[in-house]
Design a protein. Structure first.
Lengths: 289, 658
């Protein structure tokens, strides 16, 4: 399990809880994963509406850095995942755009390495059986809605992540922890993404639907794999409650944090104290702390 | 001694503008063996043809070269003329100095020289041509129709009306196909069963039509006019002749099974007829669910049958038939709700397919025509129809349009509103394709007079929100998002090719595309013929189409069959491969490369009947004259008549050696 870890800008800045819990898991599971030296921002939401070539060239730089250490790439952030894959796709097409990328970077980038999401690696490579062996505390009794967000599943041809209509990878990991992964229809509904900054009401309205549907289907907590979804569901939850005059009290976990809990890792190491909607009352209630 | 006549055509100015036809004919006249070389304005005209015919007689011509257009245009014309003048038609060749010369060049001097070269090549070939004879093949005057839906039924009736016996083969227990499942049909709102069952009865009673149901094609051998067919009759476990259709058995049967005919919305028994108007009206036993077969219990049907028609020990039987022509009318299948994640992967009971909706509104359906929500039996007040589900979707499903959905959705809105007068019918659409006779007027009736509300936009999701089934879509004309709380959602799912079609097509040796739709010989000019002689195609087996088109094609295919079988012998052109047996070593190269399976090994025996050796043997009935075998032979023992090595080398030498 030899991978080059690409945290991306979000995990290093606004979502250190994701980064820390990921690193905690890597250490605990003794996976041979090192951070890509000298990685670059993938361009996220800002670049691709403005300049297509730049949006492909920028992540290609990171592909090149990974090539240097000859390791396949592991990502957590769906936007980083999407941009790396789009760049790889563009490089493989070998058309004018590919030439443009090579010209901008002043070098040819080999696109043949693999890019995978950490959840894919855990389920398909590390294996559910081996993960279950490591479990020391069952999160039984905890009802969790797996929320994937919309970026990681589309476009289908480029991302090839699970079933785009009803993904299961995170649900499988939640089930492994002993918690109940509830069935609900909004797994990939858009939360409003970057509108969180520019048009916050849009996010409040869209994310409200997600919180509402999760609660309606019996969720006590939500598990996410996207830093931006996390901000919208966690940071903005109070504003949503105020706007809609309701209470949700839904802690928003990164799936790595839930996995770490079931492996008996220290809640501080999993950065559980960095969540805006505190998970501690719920976890204490369920006897999981 | 060769006596070749050469006729160079002006073709008006088509040739003469670029090629000096007079000079060409004068130059050709000097070639040894050419006794006549002349030019004419329009050789294909009646006087032009007369010129050729007269010349053949007057000059005792042994061969003719017509230098004019492509042989694809007029080779049959001129060969027929030659035959009428008493010259074997294969002694006439065409030199294409139009499509391959005057139409693609502009320098007169060069084009003229090229035309002269082309004509000289054909003169040298014709000197070596042999007077070939057309191949005559005997014909079995019987037809097989595969598929017992409306298309197969129509084809069978039309063929039988021409006095030709027909076998109608159907793999379900009854004929009728999908049309027997429909409620009312567009654009007339005729009751589907009411217009179909008379044809079904006619087929059943027709002395020349033999219906074989619950059976499939096992294998096919032979060639046009002479097919040998093996049919596998599945074990019915009911003797059709002894059974009277009284129904006692299925009334007493304790086992209920989800009914395929009711599209999963109703039940049938383990011994059953699929629907009341089934033909034959005799049950079959479903071995997968009958208690006798699964756990050796029950057996009530056998006990109560008044005519002792139930036989648990029936075995599948293979029968052999000889037919001269085959019509493939195998119809279609429909995608299921479980194919679509955005609409719930089949878990929402109130999200149904269009065919399920037909059963729900049909008076003979699972709720006897009382429209009820499958989940709670309540009457639906708001029904949302979603079109293009799986069709026009190259990204995820099928790229093609399923053709009938725009029409049947308009129809279904009306069927719904006729039952629920204050109901809301919404239709989400991309386009409205209503291009048949009275079709546009029918759709307008639905939207302008019968209350159907059309929303232009796609549906992104259908989901359960508490008690409600919510349809989320877009209205592109008002640029807004739409959310509808629906009692029932009807998906117009894509038509696709049926299960097992590729295997069947391979057994028949006919082509199919990547979707499993059968390929016609030419999409515009040969729409009901496959590329295999003697096998014809009709209906949705080719691609999605409606009942009028399917029935028309059935009649078209039947006409082709009747044309084929109207003669006592089939005549095929003589351009076939032949084997020089003395030098053939039976290496089987030609056998392997022949795309039509026309070559096999033949035994050469001595007078006592002992095998001496084997040689390749060409079946002239299957040979299409493609010539692939000729270069494959290491001993030059197989040659294509009409394009022999000798003739072709003569052409090449004529051009290359000046």
């Amino acid at each position: 399990m030899n991978y080059a870890y690409y945290p991306g800008c979000s995990l290093e800045s606004t979502s250190p809880d994701f980064h820390l819990s990921t690193k905690a898991l890597i250490e605990f599971l003794q996976m041979d994963i090192e951070e890509i030296p000298d990685w670059t921002c993938c361009g996220a939401s800002a670049i691709h509406p403005d300049n297509k070539l730049l949006s492909l060239a920028l992540p290609s730089l990171t592909l090149d850095s990974a090539n240097k250490i000859k390791k396949d790439i592991m990502v957590q952030c769906p936007a980083c995942y999407a941009h790396l894959r789009e760049a790889q796709h563009a490089l493989k097409l070998e058309d004018e755009m590919t030439e443009g990328i090579h010209e901008v970077l002043n070098k040819k980038v080999d696109p043949s390495l693999n890019i995978k999401h950490f959840s894919e690696i855990l389920v398909h490579e590390y294996g559910m059986d081996k993960l279950e062996e490591k479990r020391v505390k069952s999160l039984e009794g905890l009802k969790v809605a797996s929320y994937y967000g919309c970026v990681i599943v589309r476009p289908k041809k480029v991302m090839a992540y699970d079933d785009p209509e009803n993904p299961q990878l995170m649900d499988q990991l939640i089930t492994m922890t002993g918690a109940t992964a509830i069935d609900w229809p909004f797994k990939t509904k858009c939360c409003g993404a970057g509108n969180s900054i520019s048009r916050t009401e849009v996010v409040l309205d869209l994310t409200y639907e997600i919180l509402r549907m999760a609660k309606q289907n019996g969720a006590e907590a939500i598990s996410v794999l996207c830093p931006l979804c996390h901000i919208n569901l966690d940071l903005r939850q109070k504003a949503i409650e105020k706007r809609y005059k309701t209470k949700f009290n839904l802690p928003i976990f990164y799936y790595t944090q839930l996995l770490g809990l079931s492996f008996g890792l220290d809640p501080k190491k999993l950065a559980l104290d960095r969540l805006f909607v505190s998970p501690f009352p719920l976890l204490r209630n369920k006897g999981l702390l | 001694m060769a006596r070749i006549g050469v006729f160079v055509c002006w073709c008006g100015s088509n040739i003469a503008e670029t090629v000096d036809v007079v000079k060409a004919s004068e130059t050709i006249a000097k070639i040894p063996g050419v006794v006549l070389s002349t030019d004419y304005k329009y050789l294909c005209s009646d006087p032009g043809q007369d010129l050729v015919k007269q010349a053949i007689k007057d000059h005792n011509l042994t061969g003719v070269v017509v230098a004019s257009c492509s042989p694809r245009m007029h080779e049959p014309t001129f060969r027929k003329a030659a035959a009428q003048a008493g010259l074997n038609p294969y002694m006439l060749e065409m030199a294409n100095i139009r499509e391959q010369c005057s139409w693609v060049h502009d320098k007169k001097e060069d084009a003229t020289q090229k035309a002269i070269d082309l004509i000289r090549m054909m003169v040298e070939k014709v000197k070596r041509n042999k007077p070939l004879q057309n191949v005559k093949i005997p014909v079995t005057k019987k037809a097989l129709v595969i598929g017992g839906g409306v298309t197969g039924i129509q084809a069978a009736l039309d063929i039988a009306s021409g006095g030709i016996p027909v076998i109608l083969l159907e793999r379900e227990p009854s004929i009728g196909g999908h049309m027997s499942m429909l409620d009312e049909t567009f654009p007339t709102l005729d009751c589907s069963q009411c217009i179909l069952t008379p044809k079904m009865v006619e087929v059943a009673q027709h002395p020349l039509i033999q219906i074989i149901t619950y059976s499939e094609l096992e294998s096919l051998e032979g060639f046009v006019g002479n097919f040998k067919v093996k049919i596998r009759k599945k074990a019915r476990h009911v003797d059709i002749d002894a059974c009277t259709g009284c129904g006692t058995c299925w009334q007493k049967c304790p086992t209920k099974v989800t009914s395929e005919f009711e599209q999963g919305l109703g039940k049938r028994k383990a011994i059953y007829i699929p629907f009341p108007q089934a033909i034959p009206s005799r049950p079959v036993i479903d071995e997968d669910h009958c208690l006798k077969f699964t756990s050796n219990r029950c057996g009530i049907c056998e006990k109560v049958c008044p005519t002792k028609a139930v036989h648990f020990d029936d075995q599948p039987v293979i029968i052999e038939e000889e037919v001269g022509a085959i019509v493939v009318a195998t119809g279609y299948d429909l995608m299921k709700t479980s194919d679509f994640g955005e609409y719930g992967y089949g878990k929402y009971k109130d999200v149904v397919t269009s065919l399920q909706f037909e059963r729900m509104v049909c008076a003979s359906g699972p709720t006897l025509g009382d429209l009820q929500r499958p989940s709670d039996g309540k009457k639906p007040k708001t029904v949302v129809f979603v079109k293009c589900v799986g069709s026009r979707d190259p990204e995820h499903h099928y790229p093609y349009c399923s053709k009938i959905c725009c029409m049947y959705t308009a129809k279904q809105t009306m069927l719904f509103r006729h039952k629920v007068h204050d109901g809301n019918a919404y239709v989400f659409y991309i386009d409205i394709r209503s291009n048949g006779k009275n079709y546009e007027e029918f759709v307008r009736r639905a939207s302008e007079h019968e209350g159907a509300q059309y929303i232009r936009g796609r549906v992104s999701m259908v989901y359960q929100d508490g008690e409600d089934l919510v349809v989320e879509g877009a209205d592109t004309l008002t640029n807004s998002q739409v959310k509808i709380k629906a009692d029932l959602v009807v998906l117009a799912t894509a038509m696709k090719s049926p299960e097992g079609i590729k295997e069947l097509a391979q057994k028949l040796g006919i082509g199919y595309d990547q979707h499993g739709f059968l390929t016609e010989a030419h999409p515009k000019l040969k729409p009901v013929e496959s590329s295999t002689a003697g096998i014809f195609l009709a209906g949705c087996a080719l691609s999605p189409r409606d009942i009028p088109d399917s029935v028309s094609e059935a009649s078209g295919a039947a006409a082709k069959v009747m044309g084929l079988l109207s003669k006592s012998e089939l005549e095929k052109d003589g351009v076939v491969a032949t084997v020089r047996e003395c030098s053939c070593t039976a290496c089987q190269n030609c056998v392997k490369v022949c795309p039509f399976g026309a070559i096999s090994l033949k035994d050469i025996k001595d007078r006592q009947g002992n095998l001496i050796r084997q040689v390749a043997n060409v079946n002239p009935g299957l040979c299409t004259g493609c010539g692939t075998c000729t270069p494959s032979c290491p001993s030059r023992s197989i040659d294509l008549q009409g394009f022999t090595d000798e003739e072709l080398y003569a052409e090449i030498n004529a051009m290359a050696l000046l």
